[in-house]
Design a protein around this ligand. Structure first.
Ligand code: PBG
Length: 329
């Protein structure tokens, strides 16, 4: 009771504040998303993601080495697929010599110990911009899961350490796990996007990969029949528990900042590592405000990352990873 307890004593100076600090961000907290495109020598800035780039295989190798040297030892790969290779079933995703498969090998060739995770979903390969096969205005669940399982095996075969299904089909973790086991990939991990919301924060990412759902008759205009309703909390636990039961090694909550109540809830509920994806829209908002001089970029960035970790994240997928690590010096 006051004055016996004066809470400000623990805030008197840097030394005591450091001593009692509960949450510290380090390079090993991060998973770095990378966007891969066709071509050579390509490093093109994404319009809605300032200072973030699409990279061709050769520039990807350079980037991987740079990340590794900064202590960033885990990447999450996404590909931008040429329009002419897209179809309803994502056939190109299974091409053993496709962009993703090449990207995995490229990163492994320059940084053999880099943890390589791959996005598993149909949307960058889909002519309709959906994470599953579209038929009669619906997204087919089980047929999609079968393709995701084949895709996962293909990524494992190219050398991926973890596959990261971001599609939200029901039962896909079990289908993928069984396929990996059947093919002998016993040590290939699964990081499941388990509580992934139908969020409007993904806009810049869809620009980056040109993967937004297309406006067309009989094609759902959004992803609300598979991604979660932003208003729901209990469902996040059901989804996450199901994915763990089906064999997910790591689970994920996405987006980050607006969903930290869910992160805490999941962290309290489950016993596997919890990843949080601080998504493209979160990145874009801060970059835009900082460009206008309205927010202190570095201070707000660190505050947000600490908030995500404090909420319970064990792993943070973030476009700010490099910026943050540079700041740590
Ligand atoms: C698609 C996928 C999305 C993101 C990761 N994987 C977009 C979507 O679901 O439409 C979003 C990531 C971001 O916004 O940074 N499977």
């Amino acid at each position: 009771m006051y004055p016996l307890r004066r809470n400000r004593r623990l805030r008197t100076n840097d030394a005591i504040r450091h001593l009692v600090r509960e949450t510290i961000i380090t390079p090993s907290d991060f998973l770095v998303p990378l966007f891969v495109v066709d071509g050579k020598g390509v490093k093109e800035e994404i319009a809605s993601m300032p200072n973030y780039y699409r990279l061709s295989i050769d520039t990807l190798e350079k980037e991987a080495k740079e990340l590794w040297n900064m202590g960033l030892c885990a990447v999450l790969l996404f590909v931008k697929v040429p329009e002419n290779l897209k179809d309803n079933k994502g056939t190109e995703a299974l091409n053993a010599n496709g962009l993703m498969q090449q990207a995995i090998k490229a990163v492994k060739s320059v940084c053999p110990d880099m943890l390589v995770m791959t996005d598993v979903a149909l949307d960058p390969y889909s002519s309709f911009g959906h994470d599953g096969i579209v038929q009669d205005g619906q997204i087919l669940n089980d047929e999609t899961s079968e393709i995701l399982a084949e895709m996962s095996v293909s990524h494992a075969n190219a050398g991926a350490d973890f596959v990261a299904p971001s599609d939200m089909m029901d039962g896909r973790i079990l289908t993928i796990r069984e396929a990996l086991e059947d093919e002998g990939y016993l040590n290939t991990g699964i990081m499941s996007y388990s509580a992934k919301y139908a969020s409007a924060f993904y806009g810049p990412f869809r620009d980056a990969l040109d993967s937004a759902p297309v406006a067309m008759n009989n094609v759902p205009k959004d992803k609300k029949t598979y991604q979660m309703d932003v208003a729901n909390r209990f469902e996040a636990i059901t989804e996450t528990q199901a994915d763990i039961d089906e064999g997910a090694d790591i689970v994920m909550v996405k987006p980050g900042l607006a969903y930290l109540d869910i992160v805490r809830e999941i962290r309290n509920e489950v016993d596997v590592p919890v990843a949080v994806y601080q998504v493209s829209g979160e990145y874009a908002m801060l970059k835009a405000a900082a460009e206008k001089g309205w927010l202190d970029h570095d201070a707000v960035m660190m505050e947000q990352l600490i908030a995500i970790k404090r909420a319970g994240a064990n792993i943070i997928a973030s476009y700010f990873a490099k910026d943050a690590v540079k700041l740590m010096g």
